[in-house]
Write a protein that binds this ligand. Structure first.
Ligand code: 13P
Length: 275
């Protein structure tokens, strides 16, 4: 069932858990994500990457994910992820996205705050996530990446209060895509941010972060965890493994089902860590 972004995050926070947010490049992935969430009776977030939404066929993906979310037996919210383009944000809101990530993290802090505040005022019914400091790495690439600018706890408090965002993504040593070296998350920084900031916190770049560290982040106040790379790796591995047999008999449906199962396995394992 379609459920407001903030409602999902607050419920998870109260439960001492985190909502899994999974990037979906197609409806097949979304079906796999929701299947795992339903089996565990967990809420879940479906993310649309900016590159997807920007692509010629991308505008069709959001309505497809909304349909999957609507039919789900658990709370689901569809979010446009990491966008700094007002037109794209407005298009996603008009298409019914339950949340957007207004990512001004490459801007000076004041400009980032002004950008997020402006999105907030245009999206009264939707969730707005912001990012302070910068989580390095590309959403849709897999290059090995070093950590970017870290979130300043005092600045985070002012920023969250000034923008009215529903969720703040923190940069504490996490990166998108593959880690150039084993992640070393800055726990003192996360603790300090949590002490100063009331709104739900999110951890991006969760692929490659050991389960124990994800758990520790949740204990220190994170209640949304974003995953993309691990899902894509498993999707493509299953596609490659299943393709020869499927091609022989033109068994497209079986191939798709096997990909849904593979995605579902990855998501179930992640959700077990987040619960
Ligand atoms: P990963 O690709 O590193 O899992 O990051 C996903 C993400 O943070 C999406 O916003």
């Amino acid at each position: 069932m379609l459920t407001p972004f903030r409602e999902i995050l607050e419920e998870r926070r109260a439960a001492g858990a985190a909502a899994g947010a999974f990037t979906c490049y197609d409806a097949t992935t979304a079906i796999g994500v929701v299947r795992a969430a339903e089996a565990r009776r967990d809420p879940v977030l479906l993310l649309v990457a900016e590159a997807s939404f920007r692509s010629p066929s991308g505008r069709l993906l959001l309505p497809a994910l909304l349909a999957v979310a609507d039919a789900a037996r658990v709370p689901v919210c569809v979010q446009l992820d990491h966008v700094d383009d007002d037109d794209l944000i407005d298009a996603a809101l008009a298409a019914g996205a339950g949340a957007v990530m207004a990512d001004g993290s490459k801007l000076p802090t004041d400009d980032n705050a002004a950008f997020v505040s402006s999105v907030r005022s245009r999206a009264p019914g939707a969730g707005v996530e912001a990012e302070l400091g910068h989580v390095e790495g590309g959403e849709d690439v897999a290059a090995a990446t070093e950590a970017g600018a870290l979130t300043d706890p005092d600045e985070a408090a002012t920023f969250a209060a000034a923008t009215g965002c529903d969720c703040l993504a923190v940069s504490i040593g996490n990166v998108h895509g593959r880690y150039a070296r084993p992640p070393a998350l800055d726990w003192d920084r996360l603790r300090a941010i949590r002490e100063r900031v009331d709104v739900p916190l999110s951890l991006h770049g969760a692929s490659g972060i050991p389960d124990a560290d994800v758990r520790r982040a949740i204990e220190l106040g994170v209640c949304k965890v974003n995953v993309n790379t691990e899902l894509r790796e498993r999707y493509l591995a299953q596609l490659a493994a299943g393709l020869p047999a499927a091609r022989d008999g033109l068994r497209l449906l079986e191939l798709e089902e096997s990909v849904i199962d593979a995605v579902s396995d990855v998501v179930a394992a992640k959700l077990a860590v987040l619960a």
